[in-house]
Design a binder for this molecule. Structure first.
Ligand code: XIL
Length: 448
């Protein structure tokens, strides 16, 4: 699509958005906050990475469109996707995301122009002067196509090594053009789209450490010499090996004090339940405490499509149910939930039911399964009780956490607390009969 057409589709989109806003206003009395609206109330954007291949899935786009104010193409703007052979640009998948975002009034982050990874092999074969030209052509070709349509670009991604040295990472750009390639890339980017904020983006730079200090020194040098840089992106991929640092806020603040914006660009935190929720709260609070932290992006909509799906690091589970982490982020952003959700109308009136079936049986034991179903309001969490007949004992439990008081087992969700109105989840357990084949009794389900 040429620029003219792209601009036309943007103008047409504005009409759609205005119509959508009217509909929303008519329902505002019962509307809950979303991540995007709550963040906007704090003067921030709240975005997500998006993959073009999922836009045809109704639940995916419904969640995306409802909750987020900014999108980052997860792979579609990378060099291998946009210029697979020299001088031949392909924008089909990236355009799909940008067009979708614009038609819903969402902003777009550009990711990424110069990176050692997802780089087509032809780039690595070039000599220094050809490489310099190719890098500048890539920047002007890609940024030119989306000129005026991208709020922030990750101009250079991951140019520093991990570890204590603070050294640059080996890449065709570093190895052939030297340290100056970053500055050259930023200057080319400013020329290609003067309206876009230009960011340096990296990981393991979230706390104060040798790597973040090396980036800090580069940014300080750039700002002192007038090299165009507007923002620093902190990827913020966290797990037990790389937890949310205790000096996260201080680190964001020291960059902001250099006169650049800071953005959390690829947030995901492996884990589940209240521990994951607490970590998300820390991140949101750190951003909100730094005036120049202009927005946050999570690295995907749903756990099932996360690049680290095994670690369930996102805010919506594989069924697009809101996880405790979602509630935590929404409330840290000052938002209130929907009907029956924390802070939302009808909180405390939510209901659920629990029904029991025996799913397997053998001489010494059996498996039981309890289905928990939300009533006519969505629920944030639930509690179910199972009373075991005398002599029986539970040897295993899944999809829930149990507390015992004599023969009464109280089960709470592990990852499966949030349920849409009428939706169900199950937990299961294995019982040792100890000579009793009687059925357990499932007590009242309580919802919150
Ligand atoms: C990841 C994508 O999520 C994956 O789909 C892809 O296979 C590899 O790249 N740092 C970045 C992102 O800047 O571009 C990476 O995205 C995750 C790490």
């Amino acid at each position: 699509m040429n620029m003219m057409l792209r601009r036309l589709s943007r103008a047409a989109a504005a009409g759609l958005v205005a119509a959508a806003a009217l509909t929303a206003a008519a329902h505002s009395a019962e509307a809950a906050d979303t991540l995007g609206s709550a963040a906007a109330g704090q003067g921030r954007y709240f975005g997500t990475a998006v993959a073009a291949g999922h836009l045809g899935e109704a639940d995916y786009t419904a969640t995306l469109d409802r909750e987020f104010g900014s999108v980052t193409p997860e792979n579609e703007m990378k060099w291998d996707a946009t210029e697979p052979s020299r001088g031949t640009f392909t924008f089909t998948s990236a355009d799909r995301i940008v067009d979708h975002a614009q038609s819903r009034g969402m902003d777009v982050r550009g990711h990424t122009l110069v990176w050692h990874s997802q780089l087509p092999s032809w780039v690595g074969t070039l000599g220094a002067s050809d490489l310099r030209t190719a890098m500048k052509d890539h920047i002007s070709g890609l940024m030119g196509h989306y000129k005026g349509e991208i709020h922030s670009w990750d101009v250079v991604n991951e140019a520093f090594q991990d570890g204590g040295s603070g050294a640059r990472r080996s890449s065709p750009f570093q190895d052939k053009l030297g340290d100056g390639f970053i500055e050259e890339a930023f200057r080319a980017a400013r020329a290609a789209d003067p309206a876009a904020k230009l960011c340096y983006n990296d990981y393991n730079t979230d706390g104060v450490n040798a790597k973040s200090t090396a980036v800090y020194n580069m940014v300080k040098d750039f700002t002192s010499r007038g090299v165009p840089i507007d923002c620093v992106g902190f990827q913020s991929h966290f797990n037990s090996n790389s937890p949310v640092p205790s000096d996260y806020r201080q680190n964001l603040q020291r960059f902001a004090d250099l006169g650049v914006d800071v953005q959390i660009t690829e947030l995901d935190i492996e884990g589940s339940g209240s521990a994951q929720a607490a970590d998300y709260t820390k991140v949101v609070q750190a951003c909100l405490a730094v005036e120049r932290c202009t927005g946050m992006t999570v690295w995907g909509v749903t756990d099932k499509y996360s690049w680290r799906s095994g670690g369930t690091p996102l805010l919506f589970d594989g069924n697009y149910a809101e996880k405790p982490a979602y509630d935590a982020v929404l409330s840290a952003l000052g938002g209130s939930g929907g009907p029956g959700e924390p802070g939302g109308p009808g909180e405390g009136t939510a209901t659920c039911t629990a029904t029991y079936t025996r799913t397997a049986d053998w001489n010494g034991g059996y498996n039981g399964e309890v289905t928990v179903t939300a009533g006519s309001e969505p629920i944030g969490s639930w509690t179910a009780t199972v009373t075991l007949p005398a002599r029986q004992s539970v040897s295993a439990l899944w999809n829930g956490t149990a507390a015992f008081n004599g023969n009464v087992m109280t089960v709470r969700p592990s990852w499966n607390g949030a349920l849409a109105a009428g939706a169900s989840t199950t937990f299961g357990f294995t019982v040792t009969k100890n000579g009793s084949d009687a059925a357990p009794a499932v007590g009242a389900c309580t919802a919150s």
